[in-house]
Design a protein around this ligand. Structure first.
Ligand code: UDP
Length: 335
């Protein structure tokens, strides 16, 4: 019989790419998503239950109806600036709702849990690459809300038979290599902003800070292709099936960084558009350099990056943004 997996937030960017790989690998999937930022059309396998994680009664019904082997918990709010403006909303959606989900796992005897965490738990790193042993010190409510969830998961696992894999994502980017999936909502991240500028969706873009202590003065990040990140969840699921597995916290990145200027140059090269770039002030709280120590995930899960290539990351992101424009133009033309 197929193993059944509950995927919260499966209609979102990372969730939808993961579901595609889980479906192709033969898992049975139930998506639980309130569709606040996700898109039902991006769910390529399984069934969708539209609901909120705050709604314990509905969650209970979903758990009662299915015999889940494991839970993959993506559903969350993910904007750092929003979290600063609305911290309580972030603690509710990210921390309290994760707690709700764990209560269901306890009640219904589900003991495998994969959790979407973030490099934001590390805060301002002093050393790069950042290993999982670095003491987390988040700088904003988003990072704190994720770290609190991590601690709840860890403490519950210590008191139960729960086994978990917590994945700390670095800068996820790009779109499915096959071209059928991509971002499910507009994003303000670097690669999305540069693609938008190249496509004329915005008149220009800004570099936030050119005076960092980096070779070209701009921020350096570890960009991981979405399909590689999605694959890490499948590998985590397979890992949790091993009889000798232990709970893990694992960075998801390539252990290699690119500066803002390098990324912008790549987008210009791939799009063939020399869009306007404004040199602006630093954004509050932006660290100079964030690179994952990425050995542990490879050693533990046997995860192998396949798309560690900035060219491919940008090409897939750009193709997706372009496709969105032509789709909306078609819709507009039909009306
Ligand atoms: N960045 C930029 N212009 C933009 C968006 C981002 O210069 O329009 C910079 C940002 O300051 C950081 C890097 O690009 O150095 C990555 O930012 P992003 O928002 O993509 O991800 P973050 O690392 O903040 O999670």
């Amino acid at each position: 019989m197929k193993k059944k997996i509950l995927v919260t937030g499966g209609a979102g960017y990372i969730g939808s790419h993961t579901i595609k790989q889980l479906g192709e690998a033969g898992y049975d999937i139930v998506v639980y998503d309130n569709l606040s930022t996700g898109n039902a059309k991006s769910i390529t396998y399984g069934t969708l239950s539209v609901g909120d994680l705050a709604d314990r009664q509905q969650l209970d019904r979903v758990f009662a109806e299915h015999d889940f082997e494991a839970v993959i918990h993506f559903a969350a709010s993910i904007s750092v600036p929003d979290s600063v403006v609305s911290p309580l909303a972030y603690y509710s959606n990210n921390t309290a709702n994760a707690l709700n989900l764990l209560h269901c796992c306890q009640q219904f005897g589900v003991n495998k849990f994969i959790f979407s965490s973030t490099a934001a738990v590390y805060g301002q790193p002093t050393d790069n690459p950042i290993t999982e042993d670095t003491i987390p010190e988040p700088l904003n409510p988003y990072g704190s809300s994720k770290l609190m969830s991590e601690r709840i998961i860890r403490d519950y696992a210590l008191a139960s038979d729960l086994k978990y894999v917590i994945l700390r994502y670095f800068n996820v980017a790009g779109a499915e290599v096959g071209g059928t999936l991509g971002k499910t909502q507009p994003a303000h991240h670097l690669i999305a902003a540069a693609c938008d500028a190249a496509l004329g969706k915005r008149p220009s873009m800004s570099i936030f800070g050119t005076d960092f202590d980096t070779p070209d003065g701009t921020g350096i990040r570890d960009y991981i292709h979405i399909d590689d990140l999605a694959r890490a969840h499948l590998d985590a699921l397979i890992y949790l099936d091993r009889s000798n597995c232990s709970s893990q916290i694992l960075n998801c990145g390539y252990g290699q960084g690119y500066s803002v200027r390098q990324v912008i140059e790549k987008v210009k090269q791939i799009s063939g558009v020399d869009f306007t770039v404004i040199e602006a002030e630093r954004r509050a709280g932006d660290p100079a350099c964030v690179i994952a120590g990425a050995e542990r995930i490879t050693e533990t899960l046997g995860w192998k990056p396949r798309f560690n290539d900035l060219d491919l990351i940008v090409r897939t992101a750009f193709a997706w943004e372009k496709k969105l424009i032509s789709n909306s133009t078609q819709q507009w033309a039909v009306r």
